[in-house]
Write a protein that binds this ligand. Structure first.
Ligand code: PA5
Length: 474
């Protein structure tokens, strides 16, 4: 496993490369130095005061021990019968686990034979799509399944509905006693409905650390237990994050890539109208890291109110893209559409495999040039070519390079983006840890389903006529 630091390259966001309209000058960057020092100091004080516990997750060795102990206990109990791990959760409770396992497991992990995998197939029940959930019933045998239900609040409608459904599915087949040994609840250590249910049923539990919101929980038991069960080296993941803890422990803007990344995004957003932030890994394995990043940015920085109470309608729109596939879907827009995007390319220096493209069809000049090259060379060439084309069109491009996709580099990347996001919250002066905008929709749903205390919310809001039929075409 290569244990090297991520490389952060901001050459191509500089005004002398992409022009003044969409770029940032070195003087502009340096103008944030004093503010950076102030924010660094206040974040350090908050961290010290215990209000930002996500910062210290990489050092929580006890949590890793608990995960391993529980994981081994389950493997011993279930032995070869452990064929499926079903993770029930949504948003921050599932996106981290999805990102880690997709990045670090075999690309077709679930399709590998049991003897090759040696660890259970992994499924995530996130959505409440009845066809998808029925599909899961079809392929998940309760006899061979472990469920990990994850909910910090323990009352989010989607995971709770799926939890109830799978509980019935499992109990019908294996009975309540055996079911109880097949569920791990990851939830708040003290409070919440899920905690109460777990206590009542006597379920084994893991914890969502107090004060750590879902989208900052990938390096806690939330993201790490599913990863461990799928065979990921969670010590290396934590070690990578710890290395980033050290790297980011400086108030020197030019030496702190997370702060610099926040400053560049913030400045281009506020001063140049660059209101979209694309994350485009040139790697299929990292596609879901872009999904995780999208939620982290959107829920943390998309805010109506500043901390001062002023209305600000803040936040860049994060976009998930994947190279080279999205060259054939989105690059046309990124190059020639509005000048409102900053694109971060996630590069991988060393892939696990090299594939030589066969030299065939010498008579066809249109494809014969491919022969003799590796697929790796083609991937690299396409990435460089796309970045250059974007820069030529004066579109700001950042590049973050992972020496290799492995737990150590991934741990660095998660921590890097978490710190960047919290720092950006300070630049915008919004609270990156809350998500009040999600509340209204939740309350309307409760009302529509008749939850006690919410009966009238919907009627008061919408009245008897939800949509004027005049404007509906059938
Ligand atoms: O990041 C967040 O805080 C949210 O996305 C939550 O993780 C998500 O709403 C699920 O919440 P809970 O874990 O309470 O079920």
């Amino acid at each position: 496993m290569i244990r090297k630091p991520l490389i952060y390259n901001y050459n191509n966001v500089l005004a002398h490369n992409v022009g003044n309209r969409t770029g940032i000058s070195t003087e502009e960057i340096l103008s944030y130095e004093r503010r950076t020092k102030r924010i660094h100091e206040s974040l350090a004080a908050e961290r010290e005061g215990g209000t930002l516990p996500f910062y210290d997750l990489p050092e929580k060795k006890g949590d890793l021990k608990e995960i391993k102990k529980l994981g081994e206990e389950i493997k011993k109990e279930m032995g070869d019968r452990l064929e499926n791990l079903l993770v029930i959760g949504i948003g921050g409770s599932s996106l981290g686990g999805i990102a880690v396992t997709r990045a670090l497991c075999h690309p077709f992990y679930n399709l590998l034979p049991h003897e090759t995998r040696k660890t259970p197939r992994i499924f995530f029940a996130e959505n409440i799509d009845p066809d998808e959930i029925t599909g899961l019933f079809d392929i998940i045998d309760p006899e061979t399944t472990l469920v990990n239900v994850i909910s910090k609040s323990g009352s989010t409608a989607e995971p709770m509905a799926n939890f109830l459904l799978f509980q019935k599915h499992m109990i019908d087949k294996i009975g309540e006693e055996r079911y109880k040994h097949r569920v791990i609840a990851t939830t708040d250590p003290k409070s919440g409905t899920m905690r109460e249910i777990a206590n009542d049923l006597g379920l084994r539990t893991l914890k969502v650390p107090p004060g750590v919101g879902g989208r900052f929980s990938v390096l806690s038991q939330v993201g790490l237990f599913p990863a461990y069960m799928a065979g990921v080296d969670i010590d290396a993941l934590a070690a990578g994050a710890s290395a980033m803890v050290k790297r980011l422990n400086t108030d020197d803007l030019l030496k702190n890539p997370a702060y610099l990344n926040a400053v560049i995004h913030y400045h281009l957003h506020i001063k140049k109208g660059v209101n979209m932030a694309v994350l485009m890994p040139y790697s299929t394995a990292l596609a879901e890291v872009a999904g995780w990043y999208r939620q982290l940015l959107a829920e943390s920085l998309g805010k109506k109110f500043a901390q001062s109470g002023e209305i600000v309608y803040c936040g860049q729109t994060p976009i998930k893209a994947v190279g080279a596939v999205d060259q054939h879907s989105q690059i046309q827009l990124y190059r020639e559409g509005p000048e409102d995007k900053i694109i971060t390319i996630l590069s991988v220096e060393n892939f696990k495999n090299f594939l030589n493209i066969p030299s065939l069809y010498k008579e066809f000049e249109g494809i014969s040039y491919l022969g003799g090259h590796t697929l790796n060379e083609l991937f690299e060439a396409e990435k460089r070519a796309t970045a250059h084309a974007l820069v030529k069109s004066q579109r700001p491009v950042l590049e973050i390079t992972l020496p290799e996709i492995n737990p150590y580099t991934l741990g660095q990347l998660f921590y890097f983006y978490e710190v960047q996001t919290v720092f950006a919250g300070c630049l915008y002066n919004v609270n990156p840890l809350d998500q009040p905008g999600v509340e209204a929709g939740k309350q309307y749903t409760y009302s529509l389903l008749g939850r006690k205390g919410y009966e009238d919310v919907w009627k008061k809001e919408v009245g008897p006529e939800e949509s004027d039929p005049t404007y509906i075409i059938r």
